[in-house]
Every structure is written in C-alpha cells, then in structure tokens.
Unconditional design. Sequence first.
Length: 584
Amino acid sequence: MVSLLVLVLLSLTWSVSAVSSPARRAYDTHDYYVLELDSDHEHYSNLLGVEIVEQVGELDGCWLVRAEKREEEKEDAILARYHASKPNPIKSLTYQTLRQRVKRSPPTSSDVSTKLGILDPLFPDQWHLINPDSPEHMMNVTGLWEEGYTGLGVISSLIDDGLDYTSEDLSENFDAVHSHDYNDHEDLPTPKLSDDTHGTRCAGQIAAAKNGVCGLGIAYHSRVAGVRILSGAITDTDEAAALNFGYDEVSIYSCSWGPRDDGHTMEGPDYLITKAMVNGVNRGRQGKGSVFVFASGNGKGSGDECNYDGYTNSIWSVTVGAVDWTGSSPYYSEAAPQSWLSPIVPVMGRASLPQIKERTTAQRLTEELQLQLPTPWHLCVRTARPINYDPRSTISSTAPSSRSPDTAYELTSSQRPFSYAYGYGVLDAYTFVHAALTWELVPRQTWMRSRTVVLGDGKMTKENVISGGTPFGQGGQTTVSSTLEVTEKMMRRAHFAPHGLEHVNVKVWIEHQRRGDVHVEVISPNGVRSVLAGVSSGSSGHEGDEGGRKNDKASTGFPGWVFMSVKHWTRAPWEHGPSASPIL
C-alpha cells in the first residue's frame, strides 16, 4: 500500500513538471518568427542568426525564434537569409505580426442604439430585443435591423379589441385603410371599453415607431391595421369578414383569441369561418396566401390543451407557444402537438411596451406571444415570395431547441427535435429570415383522405347519431386501438412527393361519460407518436406527463371532433413501414 502511494505521488509530480510556462515576449525589442522544420532546428537557427525561444505549443517541428530589432534595416535580414539559403530542409519561416482579436459578445442596447440612432428611452428595458443577462434568450433581431430588415412596406392586421391609433408610438405606423370596427360597425377600431388595451399592446410589440418615445416594435417600419371584434358578441358573418378584411394587401393576421381556456371547453370555428380562412390561404396577398397566427392558449394552469381549440388545431392556421426570459415555458402556455414554435415573450417587469394615450406599461403579456412569429417573417416576406405553407416549412427546418432543462424533446422521423411545450423550438429571427431569403417554395397543398375505421358494430346515421362500436373503460379493457394502412404508393399517387407530409388530422367519434379522462394518440409508420388528447399542460409541463384534462367533466365525448398534429412533418413518411396506428 505504501509503494502504491509513493507511485501515485511520483506520477502526479511528473505530470505537473511536464507543463512549462510559456516564455515572456518582448515585441518592443525583438522580431519574432516561426521556424518550421523536422530536425536540426538549432543548426538552422544559428545559420539564420535567430535565437530559439520555445516550441510553438504542442506543434511538433514548429519553433518560435527571435532576433533583435534593427530599425535602420529597410529589408528584413532574417527573411533575406532564409531565402538566400535555399534549398534547405526548412519548410517555412513566418514573421509574427501582432493582431487584435475582438470579443464576440452579444450587442448591448447602447451599441445598437448608437449604430441605429435609437433614442426610445425604454429600449434598454426590452429584454426580448436585447438581453444582456441571458443573451441566449432573446429574439436575435438587431442584426436584421442593421441589414435594413425593419418591416418597411409590410402590413399586419390585429384582429382584436381595437387599436389606439392616436398613441404617439403607433400613429405614424397605423394603417386606417385596412382597419374596421365590427363591434360598433365603424371605420376606425377605436378602443372604447376600459379593458380595450390588448390590441394596442400587440400592435406596439410589432410596430411601435423608432421615434424617441417609449420603446420600439420588432418591425418598427411596418404598418399595423386594427380590426375590432373582441369588445362584444359578433356573428359568424362578421368574424368571417374580419378574417378576410383587406386580404389583398395584409400579409398576416394576428389572432390572440379563441374559445375559453378553462380546461373544459371544446369549440372550433363553424363552416363560414373556416371557409373564410381557406379563402384567405388560397386568395390572400394576390394569391400568395394570408397567414393566420393563433396563440396556443393561456389555459395551462387549468389543465387545458389547445387540441380542444378548433382554431389552433386547424391546418389553416399557425399555432405558437411561448418562452420566457429564462428559456422556460410560462405558467399559462398550453402544450399541444400542433404548436410550431415558441417565440420569446415579454412578461411582468421584464419589458415595456406602448400603452394607450402615450402611457407606458410593464404589464404581463399573455397571448401577445404569437406576435413574435409574424414580425420576422414580415421582414422578408416580399423578398422570399412565400406562399402560405412556406413559413411553416422554414420553422420546422430552422428553429433551435429550447435550452430549458425541464423539457424533453423527441426526435421526429426527419431527425428534428420536437416538444409539446415548444414545438420545433424557439424563434431565432435572424436565422429564420435568412433562411426565407433563399427558400425554395413548396408546391401547393395536397391531401389524402383515408377510409373511415369502424370499430366493432359501430354505426352512424346521416344525422351523426352513433351507436354500437367497441366499449372501453369497462370490464378491465382500457385501451382500444386500430391500424390503418398508408403505403408509399398511396402517398405518391396523392402527390406527396417530393415534399412529403405536413399535417396529420384524426377525426374521431367517441362517447364517454367524462371527456377529460380520454387519451388519444396516433403512431406513424416510422414510430413517431403524437399524443392528441391527454397531454397534461398542468404546472409541471414535463413531456409525457399525461394526466388528462382534469377539469373536463363533459359527458358529450368527441362527436366528430378533429385533432391535428405537426409532429409528423417529414419529406418521406413512408420510409420506415407500411402502416399507421391511431390508438384510442
């Protein structure tokens, strides 16, 4: 035992002594060179008239040498001797020039303000734009501003509770032509109720002007229109008209609303509203397609899931979650398999935004989160010429994963990480926009409808009254599953090649005495599983915490309800097997 101890001590002593300190440099009195040759370095250093200082790091055959400076010599005598002595085994002799390396730290608000002439007093407090404490948790948009991408010529429409177009921070970017009030049937979307502040805050996030007042928007040269529908009850007629209002010129519609986020409501748009969304996708922006952005919902604390929201699980919308200043999912942001990504979201005390009547607020923003997605796309939408589905393809290809330790990602068949809480990742505006500039446009939409899978002796009348079927939850049988064959030949015949699968819709008829207890999932041929109902969005937010929808006690079940997932987005969904398995 004693011998072993001595051996260990000797070994430690040797390892320490093997590391020597680099020699001090004297650049003011000496010129330095690197002499490269395999052997006889002492001989050739004497031949050149230089002094050997040391080996260059761990590079064999590379020696740092030096010679006293001779100010009166116009020609470098050492290099002259080297060239005159050729041929020789010296591989190279390189004069060492002092070079200053620059720190690659994130820009400070002061740097950006100076470079771009930003005088808005609250800009340094807008951490989602400049975050010195956690630079990995900001939108990465200032580089785009420096390149001239500030939203000039692009119009957003805020379908909301009005817009204070008299605000000093919004008035110069307000678009009255594409604005309307469907609650009071007037031309201008004037906020009138005490809580008509949501649309104004959203507009400030996008287009607050760079004018020395308050803060500034992400696309501070873009224009914003307001369409007021949330300050009272409206009909499907007016809602459908609002979704298409000004659709020839408006690039994107921001929709921070939907059914109640109470954990027991299941509701979606009726026929007329869906028809308006399809119309916008196909005919908006002179045929390039409107982009409808919906927030995933604020019901996480109530155990809600946005696959029970027919607006967010529609293939005609883009659904986004949220990330706070720590890179984590906020307490309110619902999890779902139809979320595309999660933008950085200003929260209480962490950002300041324009408020009505030139006031400033640092209030918590909730559904404003989705506004972070459209703005970066605005910055290059006319350069990249996108149709409706191109933003989604770009998202799934470029969004970096969240660094939050509380979230597990699963690899999809296209080897992209996906999370129910964050979608395909966190929005990086700079990467997103630059990908769009060279994006190869995807072809127009195609789809394939499968046959209806009937379980047991199930029957349904023309009035959608169902009977029979396979019972579950009784007699010990808790799971019902079925397999539906989807082959490569079928998908190619439906023109899915070469761009592959985008969305998966599953329409179900399920009767159950307590809807919140039902768990629904679909498994693709390549083994990717989407939990369509039963992804817990409670306080933990962990992947796989499938606790059900705890507040949903409805006995009406799922009478023809459509679930949706974007987790199966891939170019070749048929590569790993012949069948898909919806498991109920």
